[in-house]
Design a protein around this ligand. Structure first.
Ligand code: ADP
Length: 439
């Protein structure tokens, strides 16, 4: 722009010089003619010519354009340029929106260009395929993935232009299951694919849940069938003549009663767990002191404790927690009941607490059989039992600790165990402290 101004001034100056020459020496002089020529050249070359080019371009873009004056023409050009500016700003915004949508998608998105090279990968795809950010761009799929089927799928869709969808098990350290859907990208007047677009969904968690569900159904069926088979066996024996002996009948009926009790407990625990897992059981949080709850549980279980001659001590202060009283009672019942079940005769159980800032840690310790190291990570799983036979013998369902875990986690707390085989176990759990009703 600066240069244009200088050139215009030069042109005007030359006209002025030519005019001066003529006014001093009337009549045409060669010098004045030269100055006029130079000025006309400058004006034409730097002004008229570009304007004529601009006019032709504008006519091409908008054939109906009419401008009766130079000013009008410039105004039209100015309006069109402003329009274009707005359009570009709008397009840039739209592109940024689309990009941010693609970037924040949970599904992975991979696109290739017309040469088959990767032109776009969103962060989700990089995470799913475990690719270093930005490293896949500009490469062919075969340079990024070792999985032949996946690479072939990209190629087939690109060549045939037909969408494909398939599930894969990726060759990664942790098994990863993916669903990949690839479709051709077509635009403009082109019939052929101008690249492909792959949508990738991580099905690993879904698969894990499916496995957990099938395992759970299998476990429940097994747990229900065991007491039922036993009851059925005793009924058959009684029908086969066992009923004639009063003593046998009484013994069998007692076992059948115990088995039905076990079935009852199992169903109650299952219902409890499903209520907790489905989120149906509402948390009625209030200010809760644990000492009275522990006392209630002690009273309920005192017979079992007396039968094993177990001593019970409680060291709990007056610190309230923000919790659902019924659910915390259930936690304490399960932990103290286990402590009794897995204690040897004459053992001792202790309940105490530690201040952890805005949380309170509670600990239920026993001097029982302890838990083997390899079982500790699995102890809170549904139906996991270190010794199945022993747990059954004790009337256990294998669900108590998973109920405890659910309840504590719903309270934003944490539960864990420290145990040594043959020496005893300590179950710890954290609960938020009560800090006023406004919480
Ligand atoms: P169960 O009904 O079998 O007691 P839980 O879910 O309450 O089921 O406990 C799971 C398993 O954890 C038990 O079968 C037992 O092997 C082990 N366990 C739980 N509490 C203790 C404890 N205090 N001492 C030793 N082992 C325990």
């Amino acid at each position: 722009m600066q240069r244009l101004r200088i050139q215009l001034l030069c042109g005007l100056f030359l006209f002025f010089v030519a005019a001066c020459v003529i006014s001093r020496q009337p009549g045409f002089s060669v010098l004045a003619l030269f100055f006029f020529g130079m000025a006309a050249y400058l004006m034409f070359y730097f002004y008229i010519n570009p304007l004529a080019k601009l006019w032709r371009t504008m006519k091409r873009i908008e054939p109906q354009m009419q401008a009766s004056s130079y000013r009008q023409f410039l105004k039209i050009v100015n309006d069109r340029v402003s329009d274009q500016e707005q359009k570009i700003a709008w397009e840039t915004k739209r592109r940024e929106q689309v990009e941010s949508i693609l970037f924040s998608m949970v599904e992975g998105v991979v696109a290739t260009d017309s040469s088959g090279k990767i032109s776009f990968v969103n962060p989700a795809a990089e995470r799913i395929f475990q690719i270093e950010p930005g490293t896949a761009l500009g490469k062919y799929p075969r340079e990024v993935w070792r999985d032949f089927e996946l690479v072939e799928m990209f190629h087939q869709v690109f060549v045939n232009g037909e969408p494909q969808s398939r599930e894969f098990e990726l060759d990664t350290p942790q098994k990863t299951y993916l669903k990949v859907e690839i479709s051709p990208i077509r635009f403009g007047e082109y019939d052929e694919a101008q690249g492909v677009l792959a949508m990738v969904r991580d099905l690993t968690r879904l698969r894990q849940l499916e496995t957990i569900r099938t395992d759970f159904v299998a476990n429940v069926s097994h747990e229900l069938r065991t007491p039922l088979t036993s009851i059925k066996g005793f009924i058959e024996t009684l029908l086969d003549g066992g009923i004639d002996s009063r003593e046998t009948t009484k013994r069998f009926l007692t076992i059948m009663y115990q088995e039905t009790e076990r079935l009852n407990r199992l169903i109650a625990d299952l219902l409890d767990l499903s209520r907790l897992e489905s989120g149906q059981a509402e948390l009625n949080r209030t200010k809760v002191f644990l000492a009275p709850l522990v006392e209630e549980v002690r009273l309920t279980l005192q017979e079992q404790m007396a039968a094993k001659n177990i001593s019970f001590s409680v060291e709990l202060g007056p610190t309230p927690v923000w919790a659902d009283e019924d659910q915390i009672r259930e936690v304490l019942f399960n932990l103290i009941d286990n402590a009794i079940k897995y204690s040897t005769d004459g053992g001792s159980i202790k309940v105490r607490e530690i201040n952890r800032g805005d949380q309170q840690e509670f600990i239920v310790c026993d001097q029982g059989i302890g838990i083997p190291k390899k079982s500790i990570p699995r102890i809170f799983e549904r139906f996991y039992r270190v010794d199945k036979a022993r747990s059954r013998e004790m009337g256990g369902t294998g669900l108590g600790l998973s109920i405890v875990k659910h309840i504590i986690e719903r309270h934003d707390g944490k539960v864990w165990v420290e145990s040594e085989l043959g020496k005893g176990s300590c179950f710890h759990f954290l609960l938020p402290k009560y800090e006023g009703e406004e919480k």
